[in-house]
Structures are given as C-alpha cells and as structure tokens.
Design a protein around this ligand. Structure first.
Ligand SMILES: Nc1nc2c(ncn2[C@@H]2O[C@H](COP(=O)(O)OP(=O)(O)OP(=O)(O)O)[C@@H](O)[C@H]2O)c(=O)[nH]1
Ligand SMILES: [Mg+2]
Length: 398
C-alpha cells in the first residue's frame, strides 16, 4: 500500500506545523529519514512521542517530534517555517510518499461512514464565527444526547427515509433557503461600500473596522483602488470593501479602470451599502449604477447627517430606483460615529441573520446543496431514496 502525507496545519508561519503520514509502510519511510538522539529508532510504538531530527542524507532539515498515533499513522511536528515544511514534504516525496491536501488525507484516513460528519470536520477550520461552528456541529447526528444535535441535516435526511416525497421536497427547499443565511454566519459576508465620490465611503469603512485603513480626504476620487478590511458586525463576520466613487463622467484611463473595478466588486457583493451624502441633492448617482444594484441586497446609507440636509428622506430615493425596489435607508454620520449601531442592526436584518436559529437543518457544502436541489425535484420514493442515501453516506470528491 502507498504512503500518503499532508500538511495538516494552516498555510503561513506558525510556531509548529504538523505533517500527517499515513500508510502501512509509513514507519519504514520514517526509519530512513528520522534519527533519535543520533541513533535510528528500532520501533515506533503507538501512543509514544519521539524527539529527534529529520535529515536528507547528511543535511539536517529540522528537529521534530513524531507522534505515533497508530501503526500506520504518524504526526510529524516540525518548526512552523513554511520553508522547513516544504523541504520536509520534498524529502517525503523523494522517498516515494504521495503528497495530498489535508482534506484528501482526512477522507482517506476517516473510518466515518457519515459523510455529513466528515464534511463538518473538513469545514470546521474555515468557519468565521463561533456561532458558525455551532451551526455546523448541529448538522451531525451524534446520538441520543444532547437533543439539539438531532435537529440538523443528518437527522432530517434520516427522517426522510420514512417520509412521503412531497413532504421531503418542501423540507429540502426550506433547508436550501435557510442555508443562504447560514452561509453568512458560517463563512462570512462580503459587504461593498459604493456610491458617488466624496460621500464618506472610506470614512465609514474606517468607522466600521475601528482603524484608519482607507485614506480619507475632501477631494473627489480619493479612493481609486479598492481597500478591504475584516470586521465583525453583530453575528456576521464581514469582509468590508471600499470602492472608488461612482462617476460616469470620468474619462481618463485610471479613472475608467477604477470604475470598472468598482462595478465588478458590486457584482460580487453579498450586500451593498450605497453611501450617499445627506447634504447634497439626492440625484447624485447615475441610472446605470442603480440598474446594477437592482438584483442586490442594498441598504442606502445617508451619510453626513451632522450637516444640514438638503432633500434626503428615505422616500426620496424613489427618483434613483425606478424599479420600485427602493432600499431601506439609514441616516448616519460616519465622521462622528452616530447612527452606526442602528446601521449594524439594519445590515444584520438585511442579511437575515438577526433572528437566525442555529439549531435548524442547513446545508454547508456544494455537494449537499446539489443533492438537496435534486431531492426537491424527486417525485417518488424510488427517486428520492438514492439521493437521500447519497447525502448521508455518499463518497466525497475533494
Ligand atoms: N461632516 C461630515 N463629513 C464627513 C462625514 N463622512 C465623511 N466626511 C468627509 O467627507 C470627505 C470625503 O470623505 P471620504 O471618506 O474620503 O469619502 P469617499 O466617499 O471615500 O470619497 P472618494 O474616495 O473620493 O469616493 C472627507 O473630508 C470626510 O472627512 C460625515 O459624516 N460628516
Ligand atoms: Mg474613498
């Protein structure tokens, strides 16, 4: 049988990194490259941690500990410099070891026949909020207690094996709908700050992330390239993106490129904060931009409310949005920090996370989403059962 290895710790620098080695002849490979206090160790025994060095011939690569987890599974803990990790992986490859990703190795070594539980394990490192970890763990059916563990996707799918197809279809659709919201809590949400020049987008980004990340100036077109910052807004882990002011009149190359980038970022946004200047007439934004916003979750932010306002009321936005899909508006002063708490509440409401119950079934991988979509369309037990079984215990392609 082949021997496989994967780096189990995250990319980048850390105090230590862990390389997992798996396979019947993994110990033979280690005996070729690992020395224990100047001597080759005779045997690795399960449960023991050995301290020694790994070398390629006469070249010592690192001092490491090797944890013997099983007679075919070993954890090499080395120093967390990516150069050392890469050199160790190279050496393992030279010894005939097949290099895998952490996900691929977990799938290979897992004795789990509950695929949703395995997906949950693979997803845990990517979760952006603590509440997100709760949502994911709730999707695993882990036995008789605690009871809230039985309200997740696994429990629903097991129940469906005894349910009529029309009931299954309704429930599966509900799960798909709720999952769109759960995704924001689990994986985070991308919020783009957009609007005409000089309305206070960069000031608002700095206010929301609590530091001076973007340059602010009383000059139109201060932001050209986009700036991003990570922050938390209530239950949401947010990637905030500040964009160049939307100005159709810009004709120079850099200005046009900045406009193009801003539009692409708006297109990729989960939520758009349309930042308007409360002290300027309302028609500050071109119709082509409002058209792009038509299918987006948009919240209008009437900024500079500390200044005397000209024409702003939330209803006034109707002259910008002909479609009837007029976004809610919130008045703030990004400069003074007033109205920010209310803005954060509105953002959570718009994302749908405000009253989101983490103890409900949701899907959290593309595989699950695809199968649930097919389940909503299955018209008979014969059609739905194989899909449900695949959802519960089908193979993973990682
Ligand atoms: N009075 C007042 N001024 C503000 C407020 N927010 C921003 N400003 C000022 O408005 C000017 C423009 O602010 P920015 O944050 O750079 O505006 P922007 O929308 O990023 O501008 P561009 O990058 O050019 O599109 C600066 O002088 C800010 O100090 C506010 O709430 N009240
Ligand atoms: Mg700016």
């Amino acid at each position: 049988m082949s021997v496989f290895a994967a780096v189990m710790t995250g990319k980048g620098t850390g105090a230590i990194a862990t390389i997992q080695l798996y396979g019947d002849s993994a110990a033979d490979i280690l005996k070729q490259i690992f020395t224990l206090q100047g001597q080759k160790p005779a045997e690795f025994s399960t449960g023991k941690i050995l301290l020694g060095t790994i070398a390629a011939g006469s070249e010592t690569i690192d001092q490491v500990t090797i944890g013997c987890e099983d007679n075919n599974t070993y954890a090499i803990n080395c120093h967390g410099n990516p150069l050392i990790v890469e050199r160790l992986m190279q050496l393992l490859r030279q010894q005939g070891v097949e290099l895998l990703t952490a996900e691929q190795l977990l799938c290979k070594t897992s004795a789990e026949n509950n695929t949703i539980a395995l997906e949950a394990r693979l997803t845990l490192p990517k979760i952006k909020t603590f509440e997100g970890t709760r949502i994911i763990l709730n999707q695993i059916d882990s036995g008789p207690e605690p009871p809230w563990f039985r309200a997740g996707l696994t429990a629903s799918a097991k129940n469906w094996l005894q349910s009529p197809p029309d009931k299954i279809a309704v429930e599966a659709q509900k799960i798909l709908d709720k999952s769109k919201i759960a995704k924001f809590v689990i994986f985070g949400c991308r919020i783009v700050l957009a609007g005409p020049p000089n309305t206070g987008k960069s000031t608002l980004l700095n206010q929301l992330c609590g530091r001076q990340k973007a340059i602010v100036a009383d000059i139109k077109g201060t932001t050209r390239d986009w700036v991003s910052a990570n922050c938390t807004i209530g239950r949401l882990a947010v990637e905030l993106i500040d964009t160049a002011g939307l100005d159709e009149k810009l004709v120079d190359d850099i200005g046009k490129a900045a406009q193009q980038t801003a539009l692409e970022l708006i297109n990729q946004a989960d939520i758009v904060l349309l930042v308007l200047d409360n002290s300027e007439p309302v028609n500050q934004i071109g119709k082509s931009f409002t058209n792009i916003l038509a299918n987006k979750k948009v919240l209008a932010v009437l900024n500079k409310s500390d200044l005397p306002f000209v024409a702003q009321r939330s209803g006034d936005l109707s002259c910008l949005f002909e479609t009837g899909n007029i976004p809610n508006a919130v008045s703030i002063s990004a400069k003074l920090g007033s109205g920010i708490d209310y803005l954060c509440d509105e953002i959570q409401r718009l994302a749908g996370v405000e009253n989101f119950d983490p103890n409900q079934p949701v899907c959290f991988t593309a595989r699950q989403e695809q199968l649930l979509t097919q389940i909503t369309k299955a018209k008979s037990k014969d059609a739905s059962h194989p899909l449900i079984t695949e959802l519960l215990s089908g193979p993973l392609n990682v």
